[in-house]
Design a protein around this ligand. Structure first.
Ligand code: ATP
Ligand code: MG
Ligand code: MG
Ligand code: MG
Length: 476
């Protein structure tokens, strides 16, 4: 089943059941507290909170998402993309828990011939919030699930809130069992490689207050209008239905992986490290393409920095695969062709997107050739001396003189088994900033354009941590 086919079945199923089909919003969220759209519900937040009356009681979408928090997982787990598409069905004070469970079960288990997704009932497991006996009863009634295939989890896993006073509620997640070849028996609690989370149903039913943390708050009462928010990973269902091993091997991603393999002459499946790198390339090229298509351009802060990091990690991964020359002119068209059916704009805008991408690669290759030798030597020297960490001033010099990003230095050092003295690095960065300030003052720059300093201002800050989960996401 092609990804486009799964998407079509989804929209038809919920469309036929009274849901308004809403096109994907941009990856660049309207919500100023969010760097990116991280879930299907993001465009609907005003309706969920009741701030704005919903123009329709039910909606469905296939939403483009970016989760930077998952960047370290990419290529290593089977199921995390930095870009992915979340299929959602939403109810704004209309249907609730029982209907949401019924719809999910029906779509998953209806045969492919009858327009469903054709999962075998015996392969599906669910988790529920530990106190949610109501949901357990409904799963038993609707799906006839035996007790052992319904697992109870705590607030950490199966409770949704924004971390703020307001709407909140329990979740129930649906998992696919890949069978004994993939790990231990016993459900998602035992093994998340064998049991793949495909769909999360959120039952927004309470108003919470006195919030001390994500797991410590008071339930003030029931919401007058309860909402349903669900998210099914399109790529996850695709990789299961396409009988491949992970989401980097599906029809929308695999062509890039194959190009990386051809360009490097390394066979996919021959070496674990190389496989991870090819999967990283395939994922990051697609994410970068989709971000640029939504208007993001590489820069040193915010969204542009995320894009820049994805592009640079792609270059790095290709180098680790033994390719030093530019590869974007071959990788990006492969991704464009794989994505254009679902998103024709990546083709229409390709001229603009590719110009930016190729220029960024050229610039970074120049940076790398300047910095890598110095870094390699420094790593050698540090190891010879038996020190556990690369000196902060080396990292600073690389950054200052060669424009070598600190996260790359950290990554390269880590590969050699070394840490980086981040404390010393940050101190040097701060000193430099102060010098620059003092300098500007002493020269009485007045209203001169100081934007040239923006680059290191941004890099001195923590610009790449923890803003992927919806709950904690905030503009940095
Ligand atoms: P996981 O535990 O596997 O990281 P999650 O619990 O963080 O997933 P949710 O926030 O519940 O994911 O998102 C709803 C659905 O979106 C998930 O059930 C999954 O199918 C899909 N999904 C989430 N993150 C990713 C990702 N990084 N790449 C692909 N699909 C994803
Ligand atoms: Mg996650
Ligand atoms: Mg999960
Ligand atoms: Mg989940």
């Amino acid at each position: 089943m092609q990804t486009a086919d799964i998407r079509r079945r989804w929209l038809e199923f919920f469309g036929d059941r009274g849901h308004t089909v809403v096109p994907s919003a941009s990856l660049v969220s309207d919500d100023p507290t969010l760097l990116f759209t991280v879930a299907g519900m993001v465009p609907f937040i005003p309706y969920m909170s009741g701030l704005v009356p919903a123009p329709f009681p039910r909606a469905t979408s296939v939403q483009k998402c970016i989760r930077t928090l998952d960047i370290e997982e990419v290529g290593k787990t089977t199921r995390h993309g930095t870009f992915f598409q979340m299929n959602g069905n939403f109810s704004f004070g209309d249907y609730f828990k029982e209907t949401a469970i019924e719809y999910a079960w029906e779509l998953l288990t209806t045969s492919e011939a009858d327009g469903g997704l054709g999962f075998a009932e015996k392969d599906l497991w669910v988790t529920v919030y530990e106190d949610d006996d109501e949901a357990i009863g409904m799963w038993k009634k609707t799906a006839g699930l035996p007790d052992h295939r319904i697992q109870r989890l705590g607030k950490e896993d199966n409770y949704w809130s924004t971390g703020q006073p307001g709407p909140a509620g329990p979740c129930s997640e649906i998992y696919f069992d890949r069978g004994p070849a993939y790990g231990a028996e016993g459900g998602p609690i035992a093994d998340e490689n064998r049991y793949i989370e495909i769909w999360n149903l959120v039952f927004m039913q309470y108003l919470i207050g006195n919030v001390k943390s994500k797991v410590d708050f008071d339930i003030l009462g029931e919401l007058p209008r309860k909402n349903i928010d669900t998210g099914m990973g399109l790529e996850r269902v695709a990789f299961i239905k396409q009988n491949v091993e992970n989401l980097y091997e599906i029809d929308q991603v695999r062509p890039v992986l194959d190009r990386a393999s051809e360009l490097s002459g390394r066979r996919y499946g021959a070496d674990h490290e190389d496989d991870v790198r090819m999967r990283v390339v395939a994922d990051h090229v697609r994410s970068a393409l989709m971000l640029m298509s939504d208007g993001v351009t590489p820069s040193n802060e915010g969204r542009g920095y995320v894009l820049r990091r994805l592009l640079r990690r792609t270059v790095r991964s290709m180098r680790l695969l033994g390719v030093d020359r530019s590869t974007f002119p071959e990788l990006f068209p492969a991704s464009r062709d794989a994505m254009a059916t679902a998103y024709p704009e990546v083709s229409a805008d390709y001229e603009r997107i590719s110009r930016t991408a190729y220029a960024e690669e050229e610039a970074f290759l120049r940076t790398l050739s300047g910095g890598t030798t110095i870094l390699d030597l420094a790593v050698l020297k540090t190891k010879e001396q038996g020190a556990p960490a690369l000196a902060g001033d080396t990292a600073f010099q690389l950054h200052d003189t060669y424009g070598f990003p600190i996260d790359l230095t950290v990554e390269i050092a880590e590969e050699a088994g070394l840490a980086v003295d981040r404390g010393a690095f940050e101190r040097l960065m701060t000193e430099q900033k102060q010098r620059a300030k003092a300098d500007a003052k002493s020269k009485k720059l007045g209203n001169a354009d100081l934007s040239a300093f923006a680059a290191f201002r941004a890099q001195g800050e923590t610009v790449f941590t923890g803003y992927t989960e919806l709950e904690t996401e905030s503009r940095v």
